[in-house]
Design a protein around this ligand. Structure first.
Ligand SMILES: *Cc1c(COP(=O)(O)O)cnc(C)c1O
Length: 386
């Protein structure tokens, strides 16, 4: 089974069939589990043996199927599913940190990730140093002997900077720091983050894993030791559990994820190549991207998202409003192509200087490619830009 490719694992790994032998994974919509005797209840709470479920906040068979499957795809020993991507980011960090610890983080982050590192962790006495994630000498200067963890998005939102997982991991491990990677934009399809040195990978499953805009979900992946001794106690007592119904949708999402994500990435490349001659286009799959070579060795693809800069907020709004196929929203990885104006939505909270530093210019439009025909999408964009 470990020899299987990601795609085979995405269809078969983790199945726990009930006595009925169902083909499609069952949804165990149950909060708890019954015990035949008081002795059996006592034994269950000792957690002896596999599949010893107690309470859905701790674990559930459908959720466990999702955890086993995504862990196999990612090449991680173990996984813990959460109610959202942010619950995963928060759980990965909070479960391992305490007052007095030091964290180094890349500056270019999703708005809510930035809120946790900038606002919440310092309130609990955790010191956070922010660096330009693409600058290895900045990481080297910031990581100290007391640094407990480093955190970054391997492909940042929305500026699409690519961070060298292997090189940053080497620097962090030299000081015994854990490497936590938010890998949403890279997707599990193109990720080799654990093999490249990351200790922990987090996903918002809301994005490409569901890929159809139906549910919020998240997952933390890492060693069995980290997941069971650090993450599980924190999450099972603080309650950000994934719903079994969501886990079922995400299991089905995983089966088609590779097909969807590869098609979306092919479309992103087509759009980026066509738009580059007409407007500033940021796509890691284009040779003019500053980390193009790293992108190709790290991910083998430029991903499913591109950004364009049309110069001003007015032009950006006019472009968004003129689009007929693209939906104005803030999800990504969906079957429906989505356009976002980060400066006024996902990153609105940031002061202008910080937006400038992160490349979130007034004219920046983030484009998440869906599953529509690439020719139709390009025609829609060309006409809206005109
Ligand atoms: C969306 C996103 C998250 C948060 O995920 P939710 O499921 O919305 O909570 C975290 N990190 C990145 C990079 C994201 O794009």
């Amino acid at each position: 089974m470990t020899d299987w490719s990601k795609q085979t694992k995405a269809v078969h790994t983790g199945i726990r069939r009930s006595q009925y032998g169902e083909v499609s994974e069952a949804i165990f919509l149950t909060q708890g589990f019954v015990y035949d005797t008081a002795e059996a209840a006592e034994a269950r709470f000792l957690q002896s043996g596999p599949d010893e479920f107690i309470y859905a906040r701790y674990g559930n068979p459908t959720v466990a199927m999702f955890e086993d499957r995504i862990a196999a795809i990612e090449g991680a020993e173990d996984a813990f599913a959460t109610a959202s991507g942010m619950a995963a980011v928060n759980g990965a960090l909070m479960s391992m940190l305490k007052a007095g610890d030091h964290v180094v983080s890349a500056r270019a982050l999703f708005g809510s990730c930035l809120y946790i590192l900038e606002e919440i962790l310092p309130r609990f006495g955790v010191e956070v140093t922010f660096v330009d994630g693409t600058d290895l000498s900045a990481w080297e200067a910031a990581i100290r002997p007391d640094t407990k963890a480093v955190f970054f998005e391997s492909l940042s939102n929305p500026a699409l900077e690519v961070i060298d997982i292997a090189a940053v991991s080497d620097l962090a491990h030299a000081h015994g720091a854990m490497v936590i990677v938010d890998n949403v934009f890279a997707t599990p399809v193109f990720s080799n983050a654990i093999a490249q040195g990351a200790d922990v990978v987090v996903y918002s499953a809301t994005k490409h894993i569901d890929g159809q805009g139906r549910a919020l979900g998240g997952v933390i992946l890492g060693t069995t030791d980290y997941i069971r001794k650090t993450v599980e106690p924190y999450l099972k007592h603080t309650g950000a559990a994934m719903s079994p119904f969501t886990a079922w949708m995400l299991l089905k999402g995983l089966e088609t994820m590779s097909l969807r994500v590869r098609a979306q990435a092919a479309t992103a490349r087509t759009l980026a190549e066509a738009l580059a001659s007409r407007t500033r286009t940021i796509y890691p799959g284009l040779p003019d991207h500053p980390q193009h070579a790293l992108t190709m060795t790290q991910m083998g693809s430029g991903g499913t998202v591109l950004s364009i800069d049309v110069g001003s907020k007015e032009t950006a709004f006019r472009t968004l409003n003129a689009l007929k196929i693209f939906t104005i929203s803030n999800n990504l990885g969906d079957a429906k192509s989505i356009v976002t104006h980060p400066a006024t939505t996902t990153h609105q909270r940031l002061p202008d200087e910080q937006k400038d530093a992160l490349g979130i210019t007034p004219g920046l439009i983030r484009i998440s490619c869906g599953l529509e025909d690439a020719g139709d999408l390009l025609a829609d964009l060309q006409s809206a830009l005109t």
